[in-house]
Design a protein around this ligand. Structure first.
Ligand SMILES: [Fe+2]
Length: 516
């Protein structure tokens, strides 16, 4: 069943309203509402759904033209047909401008009335359809825009998340700088990224780490970042975007500040490989720098603390060694032998760092040994030797106060363990003895043998090497010892010709031949 349309007839003449209502409702397609003037018409429109309005032009109060304007303002899908007795071109133009869609000439002929309404309703349907289509197109476009924005936001979030993950808990400051430049290569469209450290005046740049797209470096560059650019960065303290060299591509240099002072700069270059660097690249670069600066600051504070602590503990070792001319610089030489062995054995950088602490501090536990034993001239009694054997434990307890030195603690504790399990304090055997402790054990004994003692002069390298060899597989790890003897033969590690001053002997009876 066809929908009944609501027609509003507005005329100040009651007979006209009644005739039109009766005529239009006869066919049951229309429901007719009537109003005697514009005010009443507007009230009806506010309450009812009106499909078409027929209005007289000349009415008291709100006339037909004003009514049309106000209807247009309320709902521009309601077509308005005006009924006028004296149509002229001028009035026709005026009414059309006001949104009138058609005319009926008074006196209105009924057959014409039906025709005009039908035509108006067809046009209105088209108009409404058109409006709906436009709305739909607008809606679809909006959806597409929203989808694009959403995708953009997701990409941004993923990138930020990637940056946060990569810069979270870097293993070392070196790893952090490597990560920084690689990350810039991933999240921006740069072809090269360099991290440059500057001095306090923003001068003396040195490139710490570099990234090259596809790892293809091309011709090696001595200084991949122009000096004047860094000067400008140091002066202005804000990111700088400039054209690339020879007008090719562009580059961004951004400062990395630690507590508002310039520490270094990240320089990104686009050489036209992935297009020029844009605002978004700068956004990610700033985010990377912000996150990195707090990590670098933490590393700097940690390094500072680490260095201070090591300096204090090493000062104890030096004091101990200074009281006994036999052992002057003993720990320093043991460290040099140990590091040389570790390098020749291809140990990782991390082991070198552990050795720097544990070899230098291996005898720090002697702080806890009473002077009358530690500095006793001549041989020690068994009881005294028992006391002095506590020094690896005491040393490991001292270093063990600092969590960052847990590996060093184990190495120090085991530096008097033996390959055959007859060492102390734990009687560890073979590979149970930490690898670095086995290295220090060789270095420690070699330095003791090639140093003067009150009861003997220092041994020659050859003699010391022969004694070490006799104890291969008993006191020492045979592989490590073989390597050390090789190094001695090659003359690459021997420090025994250096100054070894004489003084009093204060160590153990020669249970195992020697004790450092
Ligand atoms: Fe020792």
């Amino acid at each position: 069943m066809a929908e009944t349309l609501n027609i509003l007839v507005v005329d100040d003449e009651k007979p006209i309203r009644e005739v039109m209502k009766e005529f239009l409702e006869r066919g049951q397609s229309y429901r007719v509402l009537t109003a005697q003037d514009g005010f009443e018409a507007l009230q009806i429109i506010a309450k009812e759904k009106i499909d078409c309005c027929l209005t007289d032009i000349s009415m008291p109060g709100v006339d037909g033209l004003e009514l049309t304007e106000r209807i247009q303002a309320m709902d521009n899908t309601i077509p308005v047909v005006v009924m006028t007795g004296y149509p002229s071109l001028d009035s026709a133009i005026r009414t059309l401008k006001n949104g009138v869609v058609d005319f009926l000439i008074k006196p209105v002929k009924m057959e014409q009335l039906s025709m005009v309404i039908e035509r108006t309703m067809r046009e209105r349907a088209l108009f409404v359809e058109n409006v709906l289509l436009k709305e739909e197109v607008k809606g679809k476009q909006r959806l597409l825009d929203l989808n694009r924005e959403l995708e953009e936001k997701i990409r941004e979030l993923e990138t930020v998340n990637l940056i946060l993950r990569r810069l979270d808990h870097p293993a070392s400051s070196r790893a952090l700088f490597e990560t920084l430049v690689k990350l810039c290569g991933e999240v921006t469209s740069c072809d090269e990224a360099h991290f440059v450290v500057l001095d306090q005046e923003g001068k003396d740049p040195s490139v710490i780490s570099s990234f090259y797209e596809g790892a293809v470096r091309g011709a090696p560059e001595i200084q991949p970042v122009r000096r004047e650019l860094l000067d400008r960065l140091a002066m202005e303290g804000i990111p700088v975007l400039v054209k690339g060299e020879n007008g090719k591509g562009n580059l961004i240099a951004a400062p990395l500040k630690i507590r508002s002072s310039l520490f270094g700069a990240l320089v990104l270059k686009a050489n036209n490989g992935k297009g020029p660097l844009k605002e978004r690249d700068l956004y990610y670069l700033n985010f990377v720098l912000e996150k990195a600066s707090s990590s670098i600051e933490n590393f700097a504070l940690y390094d500072n603390l680490y260095q201070s602590l090591f300096s204090i503990l090493y000062a104890f070792v030096e004091t101990l060694e200074a009281r006994d001319a036999y052992t002057k610089q003993h720990s320093s030489r043991v460290t040099q032998y140990s590091v040389a062995m570790a390098k020749a054995l291809g140990r990782p950088d991390e082991d070198m760092e552990i050795l720097q602490v544990s070899a230098n501090l291996h005898d720090i536990g002697k702080i806890g040994i009473p002077d009358h034993i530690l500095l006793k001239p001549g041989r020690l009694t068994d009881d005294e030797y028992h006391v002095i054997k506590r020094h690896p434990l005491i040393g490991s307890h001292i270093v063990g106060h600092f969590d960052m030195w847990s590996r060093e603690q184990r190495v120090i504790r085991a530096h008097h363990e033996r390959w055959d399990g007859r060492g102390y304090p734990d009687g560890l055997r073979g590979e149970e003895v930490p690898y670095l402790s086995r290295i220090i054990a060789v270095a420690d004994v070699y330095d003791a043998l090639t140093s003067d003692r009150s009861y003997r002069s220092k041994m020659s390298t050859e003699k010391a090497a022969a004694i070490l060899q006799e104890n291969s597989g008993s006191q020492f790890d045979p592989e490590i010892l073989a390597l050390f003897l090789d190094l001695l033969r090659q003359g690459t590690v021997d420090l025994s010709e250096g100054p070894h001053e004489t003084g009093v002997q204060r160590e153990a009876p020669v249970h195992s031949g020697w004790v450092s």
